[in-house]
Design a protein around this ligand. Structure first.
Ligand code: MN
Ligand code: MN
Length: 301
């Protein structure tokens, strides 16, 4: 989307996303349950007056993104490298932000690489800059610390109720000479790794999104499809959210049916190909000169 100036809804969404991200930093500790932390973060989003733009994700070690607990998840954090990815919307205006917490104490330099890459990218952002220049700034900071960017993950434009719209913001110089436009709303999200710099989809998804409604024979599946359309539209939702409303067996069956029919699509965890550790940092940014970082704490009133 292109904005003359940030709307009150956008400022609110970005402020809440930043607050929840910082709250997450305080909760992500050895001994904390993944499920409980996730619940607390999503509860806080609602308490602050927003909705999740996607399920709040805590992705561990070589998983770059899309890790989300199913109902009954028992995992307790101990010494992982945890990517915290928070997306919040207010009336469809989205704030998207991420940070990495290293519970192992061994990957500080890789955390710094993602943060420095984000800072360098933000410095480059202004109307007229080529996308490849942002990628080059990211690559520079990550490679000079001895790591690789994840090349098949990228930043993105943000639209109304739409997390991933054009343009694609590369995490390396991909030669894209498309220029940023004044007032464009984008998310920049470098990932650093000591692996190959490629992620691939895992097998078991807990995250889904509606593609399009279509006739389904089974009443239970039809009821769940309606619920998804009314409550999440085309935004990503968690299987666990449905299990809070419907019997687990109906949810599993409905999702399988809808996947086969192409009514929903799955977002499985994205794991680094060589099981390299992955770090991430992300801000939502308005393309002005200088760039306006909407999800930074200094932006909060
Ligand atoms: Mn994100
Ligand atoms: Mn994003």
């Amino acid at each position: 989307m292109i904005l003359k100036e940030p709307t009150p809804e956008l400022l609110k969404a970005c402020s809440i996303a930043a607050q929840v991200r910082e709250y997450a930093r305080t909760l992500v500790k050895p001994g904390a349950s993944l499920l409980e932390v996730t619940d607390k973060l999503e509860k806080r989003i609602h308490e602050l007056g927003a909705e999740p733009a996607f399920p709040t994700q805590l992705s561990l070690n070589h998983i770059a993104a899309h890790n989300y607990p199913d109902a009954g998840e028992k995992l307790v954090l101990s010494n992982e490298v945890v990517k915290i990815d928070v997306g919040v919307h207010v009336k469809g205006y989205i704030g998207d932000t991420a940070v990495t917490v290293d519970l192992s104490g061994k990957y500080g330099k890789m955390v710094e690489a993602a943060e420095a890459a984000l800072a360098a990218a933000i410095k480059v952002v202004k109307p007229g800059v080529e996308l490849r220049q942002i990628g080059a700034a990211i690559l520079g900071e990550i490679s000079k610390r001895g790591f690789s960017p994840v090349r098949n993950l990228s930043g993105h434009g943000l639209d109304s109720f739409e997390i991933h719209s054009a343009p694609n913001i590369p995490n390396y110089d991909n030669g894209d000479t498309t220029r940023l436009e004044k007032g464009q709303l984008i998310a920049i999200e470098p990932f650093a790794t000591d692996g190959a710099g490629i992620v691939q989809e895992g097998a078991y998804a807990t995250l889904f999104a509606l593609v399009k409604e279509a006739p389904v024979r089974l009443p239970a599946a039809r009821k769940i499809m309606k619920y998804i359309a009314e409550n999440y539209g085309e935004l990503v939702f968690a299987k666990r959210w449905l299990k809070a409303k419907f019997p687990a067996i109906e949810v599993e069956f409905a999702l399988r049916t809808m996947l086969q029919a192409g009514i929903v699509r799955a977002y499985p965890p994205l794991g680094e190909q060589q099981r390299g550790i992955v770090t991430q940092a992300e801000h939502t940014v308005l393309v002005t000169d200088p760039a306006l970082v909407l999800t930074s704490l200094s932006q909060q009133s």
